[in-house]
Design a protein around this ligand. Sequence first.
Ligand code: HEC
Ligand code: HEC
Ligand code: HEC
Ligand code: HEC
Ligand code: HEC
Ligand code: HEC
Ligand code: HEC
Length: 399
Amino acid sequence: MMRRRSLVWAAVGLFVVVVAVSALLVRQMRRAEHWPPPVRPATAMGDSTCISCHRDKASYEGTAHRLTSRHPSRVAVAGEFTPPGNVLHTPNAALHFRMTADSSGFYQTAVTGTGKDTTMRTERVAYVAGSNRKGQSFLYWRGDSLFQLPISYWKPLNSWINSPGPAYPDGRVNFNRPVGPRCFECHATWIEAQPDLGVVNRYDSTHAILGITCEKCHGGGREHVARERSVLRAARGPAIVNPARLTRERKMDACAQCHGGLGRPMAQPFTYVAGNRLEDFVTLTTPPPDAPVDVHGNQVALLQRSRCYQASQMTCLTCHDVHATQRDPKQLSGRCLTCHQEQSCKLFPVQGHALAGRCVDCHMPVQSSNVIVSALEGTQQQVKVRSHWIRVYRGSAGK
Ligand code: HEC
Ligand code: HEC
Ligand code: HEC
Ligand code: HEC
Ligand code: HEC
Ligand code: HEC
Ligand code: HEC
C-alpha cells in the first residue's frame, strides 16, 4: 500500500518537474531572439505573403511608401504623353523636351537646335520615383548605370518641369546625373549595387525590389513566416521586428533612415535593419539650433526642435500609423489632444471650440521648401511641405 502510494507521488513529482523544465525551455527558446536579416531577394517573402495572415495591414498597399518607386506603366506614370501636353518648352528657343509612350515604353526626348540642325536624344524610363503626392522623377539605364532624366512631373502644376535642383538649369540639357544607392535606400526596398571604385551608380539590372515593402521596416521575413507556419510556433520568438517594442531612440531611427536627411554612409547600403543603431550605418548631421532646416526630407530634425518632443516621449508613431494613408489634418489634430486640451491654446479664450480640428493648421503650417526647387519657363517653383517644427508661428493667429 505504502509503496504504491509513494510510486504515485514519485510519478506526480516527475510529471511536475518535466512540465516545469519544458516550460523553462520554451521560455528560453522564445527568448533566444532571432533578429531578422536585412531584406533582399533571399530573405524576402513579399507583401502578399505577409498580408495573407496580417489582413488588417492590407491598406498598406495603397500608401505613398508602397508606391514610391515603380516600373513605368500607364498607372504608375503621371503626366501627358500626347500633344499638346507632352511638350515642355524652355526659355531657350533652341531646346524643348518631348515625352512619348508606345507599347515598348515611356520616353523623354531632348530636341536641340532648329531646322536642319536639329538633334535629338531619347532615353527610356526605367524606374519611376515618387508616388505622385507631389510629383515624380524618372531614371534611365545607360549600360548597367542609372541616371536621372532631365524632366520631372509636378502634380500641383499638373505639368512637366525641369527636374529639381541646380543640376537642371532652365534651357540646358543634362542626362548625366548619376543615381547612387542612397536614392534607393529611401525610395525602394533593395537593389543590387555593383561595387566599382569611383562609380556610384552601377547596379545589377535584373532584379530590384521596388517600393517600400513590409520587410523594409520589419526585416526579412522568411524565418518569421517559417516559424508562424510551424507546429512549434508557440515555442519560439517571432523572428521579426515590431518597432512598437523598440526604445524611443530606435523607433526614431527606424523613420530617420529616410526622414532624417541624406547623411554620410558608414556601412554598405541596404544593411540597416530596424532596431539597429542608425549611427552605425549612416551619420546624420544634426544642424546647430539656430541653423535653418528645410521642411523637405528632415521631419526628424524639425520634430526634435519642438518643445512637445523635448518635453514628452513623443515619436513619429504618436501621430502616424504608416499602414494606412492619413492625410486629414483635422484627424491628425486629434493627436494633439492626447497631450493637450483645446484650452491649452492661448487663443482659446477668444476662439473657443472653433480651434477644434485646426491645431495643425497654425502650429504645423505648410511651408515652401528651399531645397526642392525647379525651374519652369523662367520661374522658380518651390515644393510645399508640412513643417514638423511644432510651435507658435507669429502671424498665424486668426488664419
Ligand atoms: C502564417 C501566418 C503569418 C505570416 C505569413 C506572417 N505573419 Fe507576422 N505574425 C503572425 C502571427 C500569428 C503573429 C503573432 C505572433 C506572436 O505574437 O508571437 C505575427 C506577428 C508579427 C509581428 C509582431 C511581432 C511582435 O514581436 O510583436 C510583425 C511585425 C509581423 N508579424 C510582421 C509580418 C511580416 C512583415 C510578414 C511578411 C514577411 C509576416 N508577418 C508574415 C503570422 C504571420
Ligand atoms: C525606406 C525609407 C523610409 C522609411 C523607413 C520611412 N519612410 Fe516615410 N516616406 C519615405 C518616402 C520616400 C516618402 C515619400 C513617398 C512618396 O510620396 O513618393 C515617405 C512619406 C511618408 C509620409 C507621407 C505619406 C502620405 O501619404 O502623405 C509619412 C507620414 C511618413 N513617410 C512617415 C514615416 C514614418 C512615421 C516612418 C517610420 C515608422 C517612416 N515614414 C519610415 C521613406 C521612408
Ligand atoms: C514604413 C515602415 C513600415 C512598413 C512599410 C510596414 N510597417 Fe508594420 N509596423 C511599423 C511600425 C512603426 C509598427 C509599430 C506600430 C505602432 O506602434 O504604432 C508596426 C507594427 C506592425 C505589426 C505589429 C503591431 C500590429 O499592429 O499588429 C504588424 C503585424 C505589422 N506592422 C505588419 C506589417 C505588414 C504586414 C506590412 C506590409 C503590408 C507592414 N507592417 C509595413 C512600420 C512599418
Ligand atoms: C535620405 C532619403 C532620401 C533620398 C536619398 C532621396 N529621397 Fe526623395 N524623398 C524622401 C522623402 C522622405 C520624401 C517625402 C517627404 C519630404 O518631402 O520631406 C521624398 C520625396 C520625393 C519625391 C516626391 C514624391 C511625392 O509624390 O511626394 C520625389 C519625386 C523624390 N523624392 C525623388 C527622389 C529621387 C529621384 C532621389 C534620388 C536621386 C531621391 N528622391 C533621394 C527621401 C529621400
Ligand atoms: C506626446 C505629447 C504631446 C503631443 C502629442 C503634442 N504635444 Fe505639444 N507639447 C507637449 C509638451 C509636454 C509641451 C511642453 C509644455 C510645457 O513646456 O509646459 C508642449 C508644448 C507645445 C506648444 C508650445 C511650444 C513652445 O514652443 O512653447 C505648442 C504650441 C504645442 N505643444 C502644440 C501642439 C500641437 C498643435 C500638437 C499637435 C500637432 C501637439 N502640441 C502635440 C506635448 C505634446
Ligand atoms: C504631432 C503629430 C505628428 C508627429 C509627431 C509627426 N507627424 Fe508627420 N505629419 C503630421 C501632420 C498633421 C501631417 C500633415 C498630413 C497631411 O496634410 O497630409 C504630417 C505629414 C507628414 C509627412 C508628409 C509631409 C508633406 O507635406 O509631404 C511626412 C513625410 C511625415 N509627416 C513624416 C513624419 C515623421 C518621419 C515623423 C517623425 C519624425 C512625423 N511625421 C511625426 C503630424 C505629425
Ligand atoms: C488660428 C490659429 C491657431 C489654432 C487653430 C490653434 N492655435 Fe494654439 N496658438 C496659436 C497662437 C497664435 C498661440 C500663441 C498665442 C500667444 O502667445 O499670444 C498659440 C498657443 C498655443 C499653445 C502654447 C501655450 C503656451 O503656454 O505658450 C499651445 C499648447 C497650443 N496653442 C495648442 C493648440 C492646440 C492643442 C490647438 C488645437 C486644439 C491649437 N493650439 C489651435 C494659434 C492657434
